[in-house]
Design a protein around this ligand. Structure first.
Ligand SMILES: Cc1cc2nc3c(=O)[nH]c(=O)nc-3n(C[C@H](O)[C@H](O)[C@H](O)COP(=O)(O)OP(=O)(O)OC[C@H]3O[C@@H](n4cnc5c(N)ncnc54)[C@H](O)[C@@H]3O)c2cc1C
Length: 337
């Protein structure tokens, strides 16, 4: 049975750096330890929160239950064909270590997702994505444990109901499962995706287009654009980019010279939430110790000493500003606890 720590500080386990505590904290390292921990939590009659790296979570108060951090590690090759390799990876592995491992082995599919903080176990939860690639493109299966039935479950890719920053784990199964392993299928003949953002521009400085160089390019771009949570607490994009009806885009084009948009289908387009927030006057704004990043309006930051409630408060104010100005209700990407 893994140890249960009492009054455990979570300030280093959430990238907003909020000084909250868990009534209990435990870190099972094997599936057996996980099952033992879950049984014990059930006996204690306390609520449970599964935590990965805490890079997509906003704590608004201390957690009055057990925070369980699945720490099952390991990268195991389970299939090797002439085209691909399937890897079963423990939920507790650091996501970016997996990307580095894949790139070093010449396996393609996740290189554009370099430098995304957090754990492997969380990668299917919101179907992490960046630079034209989403985790769902390489996830074969998600394996985990159903807390209600206390049974092992395997979700095939199509059963995960993946969408843009979305999956069944963020909706129907939220709080009901613990993911223990994820199986990825990585290609031996990767197709490079370089048309997004400044990747091509960065690559041009490096010479050849290789997995290693794409990874370097993505890391360089991300480091130049996104605040480092170790220096300025944040959880990356706070809101999802809204998908709106084409009519709204036509309306906006009458009012603004340039409205960035990405077509989804004949009737709908995605508009960057950061643009809507910036046009609503929030970029770089600060309310007490919480604020909106000066270069990335989509990123809310803890300037030091903010509480989760302060950050949530600024998020709510942004939502109502954007709603009043554009009649678009922003949806939070970050999980509020
Ligand atoms: C600087 C920065 C940049 C970012 N950039 C991106 C980006 O480009 N693209 C992107 O998609 N995201 C991005 N994110 C968000 C974040 O990194 C991802 O969502 C990541 O997958 C979260 O992983 P985590 O382990 O930290 O999850 P946590 O924050 O610990 O948890 C997130 C949610 O998943 C649940 N969860 C975690 N692990 C498990 C498990 N094993 N079983 C069941 N439930 C679980 C938690 O209960 C919670 O609801 C960024 C964040 C930061 C701070």
């Amino acid at each position: 049975m893994p140890e249960f720590f009492n009054d455990y500080p979570l300030n280093k386990l959430n990238t907003f750096g909020l000084p909250v505590k868990a009534k209990y904290f435990t870190k099972p390292k094997t599936e057996e330890e996980l099952i033992d921990s879950i049984n014990r939590i059930k006996q204690m009659g306390l609520p449970m929160l599964v935590l990965g790296g805490g890079s997509n979570i906003l704590f608004t108060r201390d957690y009055a239950g057990v925070v369980l951090q699945p720490s099952i590690t390991g990268i195991e090759e389970i299939e090797n064909t002439s085209d691909y390799i399937a890897l079963s990876v423990g939920a507790g592995e650091v996501w970016d270590n997996l990307v580095e491992y894949a790139v070093q082995r010449g396996l393609g599919g996740i290189e554009n997702l370099s430098n995304i903080p957090g754990s492997v176990g969380a990668s299917p939860i919101q179907n992490i994505g960046a630079y034209g690639v989403e985790a769902k493109e390489t996830i074969l299966q998600v394996m985990g444990f159903n807390l209600e039935t206390m049974s092992r479950v395997v979700w095939k890719n199509e059963e995960c109901q993946f969408g843009y920053r979305d999956s069944i784990f963020k909706r129907e199964l939220k709080g009901k499962v613990v993911i223990t392993n994820v199986i990825y299928r990585l290609s031996k003949h990767p197709k490079f995706v370089t048309h997004y953002g400044n990747i091509e521009h960065e690559l041009a400085k490096m010479g050849e287009t290789t997995l290693i160089n794409i990874r370097k390019a993505v890391i360089n771009i991300r480091n130049s654009k996104l605040p480092d949570p170790n220096k300025l607490g944040n959880a990356g994009s706070f809101f999802k980019n809204p998908i709106v009806h084409m009519d709204l885009l036509h309306e906006l084009k009458k009012r603004y010279d340039r409205v960035p948009s990405y077509p989804i289908d004949d009737k709908s387009v995605k508009i960057p939430a950061g643009w809507l927030i910036e046009q609503s006057g929030w970029k770089g704004k600060r309310l007490g110790n919480a604020g909106v990043h000066e270069n990335q309006a989509l990123v809310l930051v803890n300037h030091g000493g903010a509480t989760g409630v302060e950050i949530l408060n600024i998020a709510e104010q942004i939502r109502s500003s954007v709603q009043n100005r554009f009649n678009v209700m922003l949806e939070m990407e970050v999980n509020v606890v």
